[in-house]
Design a protein around this ligand. Structure first.
Ligand SMILES: CC(C)(COP(=O)(O)OP(=O)(O)OC[C@H]1O[C@@H](n2cnc3c(N)ncnc32)[C@H](O)[C@@H]1OP(=O)(O)O)[C@@H](O)C(=O)NCCC(=O)NCCS
Length: 182
């Protein structure tokens, strides 16, 4: 655990993507550092608006089988620092998939770890989600660290899983079961 996080774990809150966040989302998704280890489709302002209108539930834990974009805000100043994607793969079976990114200007301060932990607590206490999966490029040790700090278990490798910047990249496949979350 890093000294910053150990001494001053940041407090974050998670909200659904709103219209006011769109300019930051577009800016972050253009950052080469954010695109280095994950495939990111750039969306226009209108495409984000359509996405927002499709996120019908005012409370993201009242979930239907679909994908949500969640904004990570630091509690003290209220500024957005990054986002997460939450895909409810199956309500019936309690399955979800998780992704996350932090604006490069906020890296290394424990925000990703705090946000993932916050979301896991909400999912495992307020929803029927029983199992969460995440994939991570084998070339992304920072993300590996975030997942393992949050209790995810490495299951295996998906060879040549995703195309990132024109090359097929191996990914680690992680899982976390509700019964193993501390
Ligand atoms: C991955 C990412 C979300 C991490 O965000 P963050 O807020 O900086 O993460 P945290 O500060 O919570 O934790 C980072 C951890 O990785 C560690 N770390 C950083 N660089 C590392 C490296 N090269 N090797 C190993 N660990 C590393 C940090 O020390 C810290 O661990 P610690 O608390 O034990 O010291 C951020 O770098 C990012 O958005 N990257 C681009 C998008 C991306 O890769 N998303 C994930 C796709 S799977």
């Amino acid at each position: 655990m890093g000294s910053k996080e150990r001494n001053h774990p940041p407090k974050v809150r998670i909200t659904l993507l709103k219209e006011k966040h769109i300019p930051r989302m577009i800016e972050w998704r253009n950052q080469p550092e954010i695109r280095e280890h994950q495939p990111i489709a750039q969306l226009s302002h209108d495409q984000f608006l359509n996405f927002i209108h499709s996120q019908k539930s005012p409370h993201f834990w009242k979930l239907a089988d679909r994908e949500y974009i969640l904004i990570i805000e630091e509690v003290t100043g209220g500024q957005p620092v990054g986002w997460m994607t939450l895909e409810i793969s199956s309500q019936q079976h309690g399955l979800a998939r998780l992704g996350y990114s932090i604006g490069k200007e906020h890296w290394g301060r424990g925000y990703a770890t705090a946000a993932v932990r916050t979301l896991l607590v909400q999912l495992f206490t307020k929803t029927a989600i029983m199992r969460i999966e995440a994939d991570c490029s084998v070339h992304n040790p920072t993300s590996v660290r975030v997942l393992e700090k949050c209790g995810f278990r490495k299951v295996g490798i998906k060879k040549e899983y995703l195309v990132i910047n024109g090359r097929r990249v191996d990914h680690y496949y992680y899982e976390l079961l509700k019964k193993n979350f501390k």
